[in-house]
Design a binder for this molecule. Structure first.
Ligand SMILES: [Mn+2]
Length: 300
């Protein structure tokens, strides 16, 4: 038995967040402590608890939006029950089931991973509950387009291949690591036009590429964030760190722009693998989640 099993998860925002019932909440936070297959560093199962714990340190007032975002009502759902070693398909069905109700109830869904593979259960829940088309904005160091990896189709390295199979349009931002096969896939499908490489973004002379991102999205948007999209200098606590990532204000600038121009229907933040005693990555992830809530709600 570990503490993570014994101790209830804290709620997002801690004691400072305005107490609020599920019924009145605009935001539903769904922790998904699923690690599954991990190719390099371990620890993403501890991501949701670390983000929720760090969120207690957030100022509820956001200086950029000049607004106490928690006034909108934040409700933290119980974590999705996962058993490591269970078939990934069963976990995905459970994530799907847990995401359905808040989506049907019109909440902004904020999913805390866990491995990036968890997004699949959310994608299928979105498809099951939405009538109008939507697209995905992926922030990530990796293209995640492998058909399978380490013997499973539900690896963190395959999540956007699964999205493509589901017929979901997507735009990829911050990419700087992929296989030759993934490159071929992007070229053969024409999806390379929707890739915004980290090396180009970081050298861009202006924000014009952000408008291009917005224009390539279709309909409402679900944002799937792999924390390794950010530079490992600010978030080293991740399983497969890649140098040369997005900086904090570039990331915020893009997310705010997207939320102003498109309706954001939910988001996930995945692949945080907490490092004991190093609080900055956990807090950075919590702050990013809170910013995403603020941008999405302000954009409505
Ligand atoms: Mn990823």
């Amino acid at each position: 038995m570990t503490g993570s099993i014994m101790t209830p998860y804290p709620r997002f925002g801690g004691e400072d967040a305005r107490p609020c019932s599920y019924a009145e909440a605009r935001v539903a936070v769904l922790p998904v402590p699923y690690e599954g297959t991990v190719s390099y560093g371990r620890g993403t199962a501890g991501g949701p608890r670390a983000i929720l714990t760090a969120s207690a340190q957030l100022e509820m007032y956001d200086e950029e939006l000049d607004w106490c975002i928690d006034e909108a009502g934040l409700f933290t759902l119980p974590p999705v029950a996962v058993c490591e070693g269970e078939a990934p398909e069963a976990i995905m069905r459970r994530i799907h089931g847990c995401a359905l109700k808040p989506l049907v109830d019109g909440k902004l869904l904020a999913v805390l991973g866990g491995a990036h593979s968890i997004s699949y259960g959310v994608f299928t829940a979105l498809q099951a509950t939405r009538e109008s088309p939507f697209s995905l904005l992926q922030i990530d160091a990796h293209a995640d387009l492998r058909p399978s990896y380490q013997g499973t189709a539900h690896s963190h390295a395959c999540i956007m291949a699964r999205a493509h199979e589901l017929g979901l349009p997507f735009v990829q931002v911050g990419i700087r690591s992929l296989s030759a096969q993934e490159r071929d896939f992007l070229r053969d499908t024409g999806l390379e036009a929707n890739v915004f490489w980290a090396r180009q973004i970081l050298r861009a002379e202006d924000d014009g590429w952000m408008e291009e991102v917005v224009s390539r999205l279709e309909g409402d948007v679900y944002i799937t964030v792999d924390i390794d999209g950010l530079d490992p200098g600010i978030v080293p606590a991740t399983g497969t760190p890649e140098p040369g990532g997005l900086d904090w204000y570039t990331t915020l600038g893009l997310l705010r722009r997207v939320a102003e121009r498109r309706r954001v229907i939910g988001f996930d933040l995945t692949e945080l693998a907490p490092i004991a005693g190093l609080h900055a990555p956990d807090y950075t992830a919590a702050r990013l989640v809170y910013k995403l809530m603020g941008y999405a709600l302000r954009g409505e």
